[in-house]
Design a protein around this ligand. Structure first.
Ligand SMILES: Nc1ncnc2c1ncn2[C@@H]1O[C@H](COP(=O)(O)OP(=O)(O)OP(=O)(O)O)[C@@H](O)[C@H]1O
Ligand SMILES: [Mg+2]
Length: 239
């Protein structure tokens, strides 16, 4: 599945190029964080990688294969929950890949304990708070033992302690051998989690560098402006 090589990726559903010949290479280890202003195409990129949107051009090469295979999970900014218990939300997601109900129950109990939701397993998932929902969504993805986990702003709208909890879970998932590719608008979070930064504006990768180097010595004028808080609305809307 790795390295994942994206070349010339284009997404232009109404003739307007949202991804405009995007090139990117992602290794199979660590946490890669995608940064960029609103409307840069971060969510679209994740959805294309997850196979949820059809590209209008370009190529995805998953370590020599055209398909990612089944070992990919994505968590959305506002995860959808079934109107069922916390436990069933995880157990249900495991059905396609784990035929044994006993195995599913065991794995579900395991991941709910890992994210601190074991005591809520009988509650309806729709009644969870935002932070609890995010943890449940991560548990659901984690349960499937993905090789690649795509996370779209996993801590948007969470308080500092919920953010901390989610960051800890993301690190554990990484430690267990999953590659994590995520977006965030929280630069502190990017410095805490990222091994490398993919900086996106206008549907292209402007810069891809080890995190320390990106934050200490951004190369492109756009990345410098972004880090100084000067970029977002101008590049996003003035073209
Ligand atoms: N399915 C779609 N069809 C057409 N246009 C879309 C689609 N999804 C997103 N867009 C457009 O693509 C552009 C990029 O959207 P995207 O959601 O990827 O931005 P983003 O980088 O994730 O921004 P944010 O930081 O605000 O989440 C936006 O102008 C959006 O309106
Ligand atoms: Mg987005």
């Amino acid at each position: 599945m790795f390295p994942l090589r994206v070349s010339g990726l284009r997404f232009a559903p109404d003739g307007r190029a949202i991804l405009d010949g995007l090139d990117l290479e992602v290794s199979g280890e660590g946490i890669s964080v995608i940064l960029g202003p609103n409307g840069a195409g971060k969510t679209v990129l994740l959805r294309l990688l997850a196979g949820l949107l059809p590209p209008d051009g370009g190529r995805l090469d998953w370590g020599g294969a055209a398909q990612a295979g089944g070992r990919l999970a994505m968590v959305f900014q506002q995860p959808m929950m079934l109107r069922l218990s916390v436990f069933t939300n995880v157990e249900f997601a495991l059905r396609p890949q784990m035929p044994s109900a006993a195995d599913r129950r065991q794995r579900t109990a395991e991941v709910l304990a890992r994210v601190g939701l074991a005591h809520r397993e009988k509650d309806c998932a729709r009644l969870l708070s935002g932070g609890e929902r995010q943890r449940l969504a991560l548990a659901r993805a984690w349960a499937m033992r993905p090789r690649l986990l795509l996370l779209d702003e996993p801590t948007a709208a969470l308080d500092p302690s919920a953010t901390e909890a989610v960051e800890r879970i993301i690190r554990e998932i990484r430690t267990e051998g999953a590659k994590v590719l995520m977006t965030t608008h929280n630069l502190g979070q990017a410095t805490r989690l990222a091994d490398d930064i993919v900086f996106l504006t206008d549907g292209r990768v402007q810069e891809h560098a080890p995190a320390q180097r990106f934050f200490a010595h951004p190369q492109s004028p756009a990345a410098k402006a972004f880090l100084q808080g000067e970029l977002p609305w101008r590049i996003a809307f003035e073209r």
